[in-house]
Design a protein around this ligand. Structure first.
Ligand code: ATP
Length: 516
């Protein structure tokens, strides 16, 4: 872990303590790769999904015009986790959705081939010493580095994927004692299998979706035929996806069950590169707008040799998580997918998925275009909601020993699960009644966007600290003066500063600051 990086242990402890994220099935010992959300986490994730839904579907790109000079138009769908198995054959997931793996024969651990790297001498050969393999971002990284530096002095890192398989005999696997325990890379399908119906024979085999995007392509024709959408337009889909990740790790970052928010934006092939650039830039701006600004967020354009054969461009929005620092981890991929998916589904389903565009084609004698049939190109911004939540928590997590509450979560007010808290300074002298009334009024006004908390237990300092850890931007306190002049104190989470405002102004105060 890089120096100065936030402690993942501290962040995970806060997530548990405040009810953001729990281990799934914890009372049974947990289940690897699955995480549940507690009350605050569930609301935070809902707020993130809502923000995506609002800014991508209801008012796409904040009302901005696209490269065609018109407002961006998008519609939603909600498609199922289980689809016809042929969907996954057409999409290439059954044949190709494989991450090659290497097994360690000694420790019985299995690693994703592209996640293993090896320390080798920075010059010359290793002689009779082994190459020291490690998993990126895991304790084996520092452990093996120490050994490698002892053996070779100066070392450099090479990905295992770039080593000839014949050299595996000289590799010391991450936690192994003896060299040469890694197997050759092998393919494993990441899709969860299930059976439809009671008989559970091989003919009934189906899959849990590994992405939400394919549901959009499969319903493309229905959306075109039953609504008035006209190209260019987008279809958004959010929901749960499953991947039987071989090494789930880094808290929720690599889970086996996770939620995605994906858009497929359909456009004419001649305009697709412009739209790709438009979406790539908007998606980066969007993540910044909800609080991931600064040097922890980057847009990484893929090199030409990283691109799929059909793609004219792909970029990733990446966040520097504490466990990837100084490197970055993917939050969202924005891909120019050409007509690959529609073409695949057209071939496999034998259903014409071409679009008739009445605004294009040669001009008829009457001066009107004759129209053009084509397979639209697609731009796909594909975001992960769980990784989004994790990035927001990691970014917001702040430690400041000079504060009475040294740990706090600087969440953007639009995302905060609790929008404000109301406290009677002491639980007597009529203060609880006034506080309860304000709590009820604010709840009535803001329940659509988040919670309003009420708390009269413990000292006021402890109550502030609790709200700081929950990421609550504002706390209103009813004190002796309130009873005399109808003012309350409002405390700001980030500065700890307190001001007095009229109790009747509390609602408007929040409206002005929440961005909701
Ligand atoms: P990775 O290379 O990290 O496995 P990917 O490139 O396979 O990710 P995509 O197929 O592009 O991911 O999926 C889109 C988004 O879905 C990712 O950017 C990520 O936010 C999310 N996602 C993918 N796999 C997982 C996972 N195992 N756990 C949590 N989120 C995931």
């Amino acid at each position: 872990m890089a120096e100065g990086a936030k402690s993942m242990d501290a962040i995970m402890a806060l997530c548990k303590r405040r009810g953001f994220i729990y281990q799934a099935s914890e009372i049974y010992g947990g289940i690897n790769g699955f995480w549940d959300y507690g009350p605050l986490g569930a609301q935070l994730k809902k707020n993130l999904r809502e923000a995506w839904w609002q800014d991508m579907i209801m008012n796409p790109c904040w009302g901005r015009k696209g490269p065609n000079g018109q407002r961006v138009r998008c519609v939603p769908v909600e498609t199922r986790i289980v689809q016809h198995p042929k969907v996954w054959e057409a999409s290439g997931h059954v044949g190709g959705f494989n991450d090659p793996m290497v097994d360690c024969k000694e420790t019985k651990q299995r690693y994703r081939y592209d996640h293993v790297s090896v320390y080798v001498p920075s010059s010359g050969d290793a002689g009779d010493k082994p190459f020291f393999a490690f998993m990126k971002d895991s304790p084996s990284e520092t452990k093996q580095l120490k050994k490698a530096e002892k053996a070779f002095g100066q070392v450099r890192t090479v990905p295992l994927t770039s080593m000839p398989v014949t050299d595996f005999a000289k590799v010391l696997a991450p936690d192994a004692e003896k060299v040469g325990s890694l197997t050759e890379p092998r393919q494993f399908n990441l899709m969860f299998k299930t059976y439809i119906g009671a008989t559970a024979s091989e003919d009934d085999k189906a899959y849990l979706r590994p992405e939400t995007a394919q549901g959009i392509f499969v319903q493309f024709k229905n959306v075109v035929d039953t609504t008035r959408v006209k190209i260019p337009f987008g279809i958004g889909n959010t929901g749960t996806s499953f991947r039987n990740e071989v090494t789930p790790r880094n808290f929720t970052f690599r889970s086996r069950e996770f939620d995605q928010a994906e858009l497929e934006f359909f456009c004419h092939p001649s305009e697709s590169v412009e739209w790709y650039k438009f979406w790539r830039d908007f998606r980066m701006e969007w993540w910044k707008s909800i609080g991931l600004a600064g040097e922890n967020l980057i847009l990484r354009e893929h090199e030409k040799d990283e691109l799929s054969h059909y793609s004219q461009g792909t970029s990733d929005v990446e966040y520097r998580f504490p466990f990837t620092a100084p490197g970055f981890g993917e939050l969202e991929g924005i891909a120019h997918r050409g007509d690959y998916d529609l073409k695949q589904h057209q071939e496999h389903s034998k259903t014409k998925l071409q679009y008739f565009d009445a605004t294009r084609g040669e001009l008829a004698p009457n001066g009107q275009p004759k129209g053009e049939w084509y397979l639209p190109h697609c731009i796909e911004p594909a975001a992960g909601l769980d990784r989004g939540v994790l990035a927001l928590i990691c970014e917001g997590y702040t430690k400041d020993e000079t504060r009475p509450s040294p740990e706090f979560l600087k969440l953007h007010p639009r995302l905060s699960p609790i929008k404000a808290a109301v406290f009677p300074l002491v639980a007597k002298d009529g203060m609880p009644e006034v506080a309860e009334k304000l709590h009820a009024e604010l709840t009535e006004k803001f329940w659509r966007v988040g919670m309003i908390d009420f708390d009269e237990k413990q000292s006021i300092g402890k109550r502030y600290a609790r709200m700081d850890e929950a990421g609550t931007p504002f706390c209103f306190t009813i004190d002796g003066q309130t009873l005399q002049d109808q003012t309350v104190t409002v405390r700001d989470r980030d500065t700890g500063k307190q001001d007095r405002i009229g109790i009747d102004k509390a609602g408007q105060f929040l409206v002005d600051r929440l961005g909701v």
